[in-house]
Design a protein around this ligand. Structure first.
Ligand code: FMN
Length: 232
């Protein structure tokens, strides 16, 4: 099994998103899958030019010469695509969206009807597979992730992949004062087991997802914690 993980937090491996992604990938590795991990911060990825050369002149090949040339072949061969992005202004980061826009060489230009909706067929050299979304957000409620869950489900319909679940860490800043508490071990263990499960069973159980997203402190206490943090 091959997994491509893309983390678009500029804080890379030191960020809150990585706090969830890291044990998840550990579990994937223990499930005997190969992982390619990319940080968008380390990559040069230009905006899509909408030139459509990847659909006309050079089918499947983008006209631009940048780091997407290394990522597209990896994604073509991967069973699982993991998109890890913090919530930025109620969306994914700009760098993640730029990367996703550059995935259209994986599709054919034609439109077909799938489940009664217009879609592009994927190219034959793109292995079908799953998508996992990993995210963290500073605000307290799980509802902060709703627009992005909807987005990644729509993305999966568009790219003809299965949405296999989302590992979500709300009120992420609470991970700092609680870093020595056993609840953090519980979250890490659940993320690791989720990684193992996606490889060995092809799905992630709700029990692990709920443990990862569990409430860490009441909302009003959390507001005090983050405001005190900004004061200092
Ligand atoms: C530009 C920017 C916009 C943000 N917008 C939101 C937001 O809309 N909702 C939210 O809950 N957190 C928001 N945050 C906070 C991050 O989502 C949160 O701190 C996250 O855990 C950071 O993950 P990281 O450490 O992996 O980068 C924003 C942070 C930045 C820098």
């Amino acid at each position: 099994m091959k997994v491509v993980a893309i983390n678009s937090s500029p804080r890379k491996n030191k960020g809150f998103t990585a706090n969830i992604l890291r044990p998840f990938l550990e579990g994937i590795r223990e499930g005997n899958a190969d992982i390619d991990l990319f940080y968008t911060k380390d990559l040069t990825i230009n905006y899509c030019l909408s030139c459509y050369q990847c659909w006309t002149k050079t089918p499947g090949k983008c006209s631009q010469k940048d780091d997407m040339a290394a990522i597209l072949p990896k994604l073509r061969n991967a069973d699982v695509w993991v998109f890890a992005s913090p919530i930025y202004c109620d969306g994914i980061t700009g760098s993640m969206k730029t990367l996703i826009d550059r995935l259209i060489p994986l599709m054919k230009p034609f439109t077909e009807l799938r489940d009664g909706r217009c879609r592009h067929p994927m190219r034959e050299d793109v292995k079908p597979g799953k998508v996992v979304y990993v995210s963290s957000a500073a605000w307290w409620k799980m509802e902060n992730f709703d627009p992005m869950i909807k987005y990644f489900k729509a993305f999966c319909n568009n790219f003809n992949r299965e949405f296999a679940g989302a590992l979500l860490r709300p009120h992420s800043v609470a991970l700092v004062p609680l870093r020595k508490e056993s609840v953090i071990d519980d979250i890490n263990t659940a993320a690791k087991k989720a990684g193992n499960q996606i490889i060995t069973q092809g799905k992630i159980s709700q029990e692990f997802l709920s443990t990862i997203s569990q409430e860490l402190m009441p909302q009003d206490s959390y507001v005090d914690v983050i405001n005190k943090g900004w004061e200092t």
